[in-house]
Write a protein that binds this ligand. Structure first.
Ligand SMILES: *[C@@H]1O[C@H](CO)[C@@H](O)[C@H](O)[C@H]1NC(C)=O
Ligand SMILES: *[C@@H]1O[C@H](CO)[C@@H](O)[C@H](O)[C@H]1NC(C)=O
Ligand SMILES: *[C@@H]1O[C@H](CO)[C@@H](O)[C@H](O)[C@H]1NC(C)=O
Ligand SMILES: *[C@@H]1O[C@H](CO)[C@@H](O)[C@H](O)[C@H]1NC(C)=O
Ligand SMILES: *[C@@H]1O[C@H](CO)[C@@H](O)[C@H](O)[C@H]1NC(C)=O
Ligand SMILES: *[C@@H]1O[C@H](CO)[C@@H](O)[C@H](O)[C@H]1NC(C)=O
Ligand SMILES: *[C@@H]1O[C@H](CO)[C@@H](O)[C@H](O)[C@H]1NC(C)=O
Ligand SMILES: *[C@@H]1O[C@H](CO)[C@@H](O)[C@H](O)[C@H]1NC(C)=O
Ligand SMILES: *[C@@H]1O[C@H](CO)[C@@H](O)[C@H](O)[C@H]1NC(C)=O
Length: 829
């Protein structure tokens, strides 16, 4: 979401500045582990050692490298100044304001999200009243090139020598601070600050006997209406079970702008209301420890329900376990997730191993599991609950539904079902499924209701197991129908502008909509989006034998055609999606607008009110996935389509950092030229991804980028809301996907694999192009696609044979992938 930031920002800062963070030892350690693992038996492999959590912490990747368990609500990281939506960034010119327990990963919200309840260790030679307390006063540089982190562990050292470490459970964790010898440890604990500076009132209580500080309050959304608030609570236990002795304590307030701070030694209570005049109101606790202990351990619990629950979470999840024990438990949880895909470690290029497991790590980092931590309309729901659900929209298909959930469907149906239940619960409580939930609040919809595609993908893939997995398919379908049929009074955060969409067959530009309000922009991309969501409804209607609905939604899934203006030309190619007025005439904009080659660098292409191009975060050069055959016809046939795709890449219109571009490199499959897709995917991967902190082309968007990369490396691409997978050329010689719920494993072997093919341009004479696909001994008629039900549902052996002779295999051999208009997707298996 808001990936436009990336577009604008990379052009000023993206190149040149090579940051040295993290510690060089992180990469050395990972490389050594990968090397060593080549000779280990599979059950001795520690997959967490291959993960580089710093990938995506530079170049606006917005990844959180903090300590987290899979889907953890707690993600401990430091918070830095400057553009740092996930708290941490590599840029050594930015300073650290503290360590805090809650973050999101991969968010494009430029304001930043969470960062509440921050603690900063201090050395105050002048005593209590001399400590620097406000954000601006306390911020410090890091000790350069020492940042360290791995799954379940985070560490950063300040330029004054204080080392901060953290490890976590789902809702709690431990912090460990090591002070230079001979210094007295002081800590400032922040009640009011969060990254978006959204404090709306709160309170804090210090219990010096128990050594416990509790606090809570209200904050605002990082990506949604400013009029909503969420509540959060924390519980800090500061005596390490009696091993540490508190010295001074008190509260403080201050203002950065006015450059003042005031302390109240011995005071134990703060109760602050919302600061109506605006600005950052600063306040919190200050305390020190007796003696000169080198190490201080602090236990932290978090809750969205109450202080009492925050403390209970710390007691039940951490108890009196040691720091190292919590790290070990976290690692074990990560290994359970990461080992769902095993590869031939010996023969896979080391960078691919690192990219793959780092991506798989992020694929289980979010959304944040806030089950039993619900508030507002979701308070006490008996259903699973997840926070930080990313908006999924744009030009016909947004962030997570393209690759994130399809990857989950391969190996983690239980977790997938929990998230689907959470989507359905959104409909139960609010009337529509959530679209862009951030900070427990409805965030801005970027286009449609793509939760439909997510639950649709689940239904199509796991309908046989749905009941056992706790999903009632009729209820799931009702939730989809609400999104598709019920026009919300205000569609900026939930649902779609469906009444006018149904009336006109497209979302009209400049329409008088008397039924609902919303920001009337993005009419072109919203139409493409709604049509794809209608396709998902159609798929579930087909599954449930709702014959009338199948006809209705098949029809509506083709509404994308209604914004196709055959007369528009761009670079000699004819026919583009355009926004359209209620009277039927097109309102044309240049198809290159909002591509990387837009002549106007300042054009608004995102949610801004002056985004007038009709498209969201991409140009109208991109296209839709469920009916590509018809698009090819509209564009003038296969040959022209291939030329057009080539031109799209060669001209530089491809924008890897935004999701509408995900499927474009594989478009050649639909024109019966699959070997060209193989070339394009290699080019896309090695132009846009690598193992450095700057190794993502834009914000990770709840691991949408990570999961796209996983599919590229594995040589697969999913078609959302269907069971079809497109087959490409794997960049690993062999891998096995375990699905323990179905009790099956699927091993895919790349026969003829040549390491030299794993680079941007496949050298002449090197095997990489798919020659044949054999599933459990049966050679498939087509080498372009296969079905989940024939492969991952039954398990077994798949052999993808590759050859260097591109020309001989640049066709599917039989059917191209399916499209609605050519009779595709007619049955759900
Ligand atoms: C770390 O590097 C940055 C950028 O070069 C510099 O501004 C900062 O002073 C350095 N910090 C220390 C502690 O040397
Ligand atoms: C904080 O003060 C408000 C009134 O300003 C009061 O309603 C509330 O109960 C107080 N909260 C705590 C925790 O003391
Ligand atoms: C979320 O947390 C609940 C409660 O601990 C747990 O039962 C569930 O398995 C978790 N789900 C995921 C996907 O982590
Ligand atoms: C749908 O119809 C097919 C064939 O008539 C039948 O096998 C299947 O059980 C039906 N499915 C449902 C959900 O009713
Ligand atoms: C689709 O619906 C439109 C109007 O809603 C109708 O004019 C058209 O005939 C329908 N097309 C098909 C193929 O049913
Ligand atoms: C249709 O509407 C557009 C946009 O409001 C307007 O520019 C155009 O003149 C109208 N065309 C006709 C034929 O009324
Ligand atoms: C494109 O090629 C495929 C496979 O050869 C063929 O089925 C299809 O009809 C062609 N499309 C057009 C528009 O010619
Ligand atoms: C688009 O921009 C890229 C990078 O600046 C440039 O190489 C390319 O030639 C441009 N394409 C066109 C069609 O102007
Ligand atoms: C691995 O990635 C690093 C960082 O991008 C790069 O410098 C190196 O050349 C790559 N190694 C290989 C063998 O591709």
């Amino acid at each position: 979401m808001l990936a436009l930031w990336v577009l604008v920002a990379t052009s000023c800062w993206g190149s040149g500045l090579v940051n040295a963070q993290p510690s060089p030892q992180v990469q050395e350690r990972i490389s050594a582990a990968i090397k060593k693992a080549a000779s280990l038996p599979a059950d001795k492999v520690d997959y967490t050692e291959f993960v580089n959590v710093f990938i995506g912490t530079d170049n606006f990747g917005d990844v959180c490298p903090g300590a987290s368990v899979p889907f953890g609500m707690v993600k401990f990281s430091t918070d830095l100044t400057g553009y740092a939506p996930a708290g941490y960034v590599t840029d050594p010119t930015q300073t650290i304001r503290g360590l805090s327990p809650m973050h999101d990963s991969g968010t494009g919200s430029s304001l930043g999200t969470y960062g509440n309840f921050e603690i900063m260790p201090l050395i105050c030679p002048g005593g209590f009243d001399s400590c620097p307390l406000t954000l601006a006063a306390r911020e410090r540089f890091r000790k350069n090139n020492t940042d360290d982190a791995s799954p379940g562990y985070f560490a950063q050292t300040l330029d004054n020598g204080i080392k901060m470490e953290a490890t976590s459970t789902r809702r709690a964790g431990l912090e460990r601070f090591t002070f230079p010898k001979g210094s007295k440890p002081y800590f400032v604990l922040d009640l009011a600050n969060d990254l978006p500076a959204s404090f709306a009132g709160g309170h804090m209580e210090i219990d010096p006997e128990q050594g416990r500080i509790t606090m809570g309050g209200l904050w605002g959304s990082s990506f949604g209406p400013g009029s909503y608030n969420y509540q959060a609570f924390a519980c800090y236990d500061i005596l390490d079970g009696g091993k540490q002795k508190l010295d001074e304590y008190g509260v403080w307030t201050g203002m950065t702008d006015e450059d003042f701070q005031t302390t109240g030694l011995g005071m134990t209570h703060l109760n602050l209301t919302r600061n109506l005049i605006g600005g950052v109101y600063e306040s919190g606790a200050l305390f020190s420890f007796a003696g000169q202990p080198e190490q201080i351990n602090i236990r932290v619990g978090i809750s969205f329900v109450s202080e009492a629950q925050a403390c209970a979470n710390a007691e039940s999840e951490v108890g009196d376990a040691s720091f190292d024990e919590i790290v070990a438990r976290s690692k074990a949880l990560w290994n359970e997730k990461l080992s769902k895909i095993e590869i031939d470690l010996k023969n896979t290029p080391a960078n691919v191993t690192e990219l793959l497991y780092s991506s798989l790590y992020r694929a289980s980092l979010t959304p944040n599991n806030a089950t039993d931590e619900t508030q507002g309309p979701f308070a006490n729901t008996p259903h699973p609950y997840f926070d930080s659900l990313y908006c999924r929209q744009g030009n016909a298909f947004w962030d997570t539904f393209r690759t994130f959930y399809p990857l989950m469907s391969l190996h983690s149906p239980v977790e997938f079902a929990q998230i689907v239940d959470n989507y359905i619960d959104g409909w139960r409580k609010l009337g529509w499924m959530p679209e862009c939930r951030a900070n427990n609040l409805p965030g801005w919809t970027q286009g449609g209701s793509s939760g439909d595609v997510i639950v649709g993908h689940f239904a199509v893939t796991y309908h046989n197991e749905a009941t056992a997995l706790g999903i009632d398919l009729d209820e799931l379908y009702s939730a989809m129908l609400a999104d598709a049929e019920i026009n919300p009074p205000e569609w900026n955060t939930l649902g779609r502008q469906v009444n006018v969409y149904k009336e006109y067959g497209y979302v009209p530009f400049g329409v008088l909509d008397t039924d609902s309000v919303g920001r009337q922009t993005r009419e072109g991309s919203r139409t493409l989006e709604y049509a794809f969501e209608d396709f998902a409804v159609r798929q579930v209607a087909l599954l449930l034998n709702k014959t009338d609905d199948v006809a209705t939604y098949t029809n509506r899934s083709l509404f994308y055609r209604n914004v196709w203006d055959p007369s528009v030309q761009s670079d000699g190619f004819q026919g583009f999606a355009q926004k359209r007025a209620p009277n039927g005439s097109f309102v044309n904009t240049n198809p290159i607008d909002c591509s990387p080659n837009d002549s106007n660098e300042n054009r608004e292409c995102s949610l801004q009110g002056d985004n007038v191009v009709g498209f969201y975060e991409s140009s109208s050069w991109e296209f839709a996935p469920h009916d590509t055959a018809h698009l090819i016809e509209l564009m003038g046939g296969n040959a022209t389509f291939v030329k057009r795709l080539d031109h799209f890449f060669d001209a530089g219109y491809y924008l890897a950092g935004n999701e509408p571009s995900f499927q474009t490199p594989i478009g050649y499959h639909y024109a019966n030229q699959p070997a060209k897709s193989v070339d394009r995917v290699r080019e896309v991967v090695f132009t846009n991804f690598d193992i450095t902190p700057a190794g993502l082309p834009g914000n990770d968007d709840q691991a949408a980028m990570a999961t796209l990369l996983v599919f590229h490396l594995l040589g697969l691409y999913p078609v959302p809301s269907t069971s079809q997978f497109l087959v490409l050329s794997p960049m690993v010689p062999q891998y096995t996907i375990h699905n323990s719920y179905l009790g099956v494993s699927t091993t895919i072997t790349t026969k003829g694999f040549d390491k030299r093919s794993v680079q941007k341009t496949i050298p002449k004479g090197v095997a990489a192009y798919v020659k044949s696909v054999t599933v459990n001994g049966v050679v498939q008629p087509t080498r372009c696609h296969f079905d989940f039900n024939d492969v991952f549902r039954v398990g077994g052996e798949v052999v993808i044979e590759v050859t260097a002779d591109m020309d001989s295999v640049n066709s599917c051999g039989a059917s191209v992938p399916e499209s609605v208009s050519t009779g595709g997707f007619t049955t759900i298996r």
